[in-house]
Design a protein around this ligand. Structure first.
Ligand code: SF4
Ligand code: SF4
Length: 217
């Protein structure tokens, strides 16, 4: 899933200054799971903006709330087509993909990002989210026992470890487990440690060219 965090309220208030009628739009998928952009967060940001109004900020502005199942899918944006003509800006609590799909779908409305999109990842403990995939386009998880060397090694090394790890910790951050020690231990458990004897050639950087597009029939 995509992990994002809310922008500071001061930044959001600054963005909203030129607009009078604002729809705060949540997204019911990834950002709901990571507690940054779902129905609950829409209500929270709405309250924070009302508090700002009691302090004389955002005077006279009108706010509306709504949450769609997914902002990155036109199908779900149909539900707010009517509302979009009643507002002059949408404060969206979706990831960067959702914001862009929204902006394309409603070219007549200003779309304001309320979140900072961080990475694709998962939750390892309550309230903690870790990056797990960088979308490199050339997945190496078979050779590495299901542990991503790009995101879990600080240097993104394909033929690791680098030699700097100590007591299983990364030399870049001693609090962080060394991705390559984890890969080694996992392959050992699976009886596949010989896999590491095979040299992995440098990554195919042409796969990183932007913008990417894939056609799936
Ligand atoms: S190797 Fe890592 S970054 Fe690349 S696709 Fe696989 S999980 Fe994602
Ligand atoms: S210590 Fe391990 S995780 Fe850190 S940079 Fe070296 S190989 Fe990568």
């Amino acid at each position: 899933m995509i992990v994002a965090t809310r922008k500071p309220i001061e930044e959001i208030i600054g963005f909203l200054a030129p607009y009078d009628s604002i729809l705060i739009l949540g997204c019911g998928t990834c950002v709901t799971v990571c507690n940054s952009g779902g129905e609950r967060e829409v209500a929270l940001i709405h309250s924070a903006l009302r508090v700002a109004q009691t302090k004389g900020l955002l005077d006279g502005k009108r706010f509306h709330e709504y949450t769609v199942k997914r902002q990155c899918d036109n199908e779900f944006l149909e539900a707010i087509k009517g509302k979009s003509y009643e507002v002059d800006a949408i404060l969206t609590l979706a990831c960067g993909v959702g914001v862009q799909v929204l902006a394309e779908f409603f070219p007549h409305v200003v779309c304001i990002p309320g979140l900072n999109t961080l990475f694709m990842g998962s939750s390892s403990k309550l309230g903690i989210w870790d990056e797990r995939c960088a979308g490199c386009g050339d997945c190496r998880l078979y050779e590495t026992g299901g542990i991503c060397p790009i995101t879990r090694c600080a240097k993104g090394i394909l033929n690791g470890p680098c030699g700097g790890s100590k007591d299983g910790k990364c030399e870049v951050d001693r609090e962080m487990d060394c991705g390559w020690i984890m890969i080694y231990e996992r392959l050992l458990k699976l009886g596949r440690v010989q896999t590491l004897r095979t040299y992995v050639p440098p990554r195919e950087y042409s796969l990183k060219k932007k913008p990417k597009r894939v056609m799936i029939a």
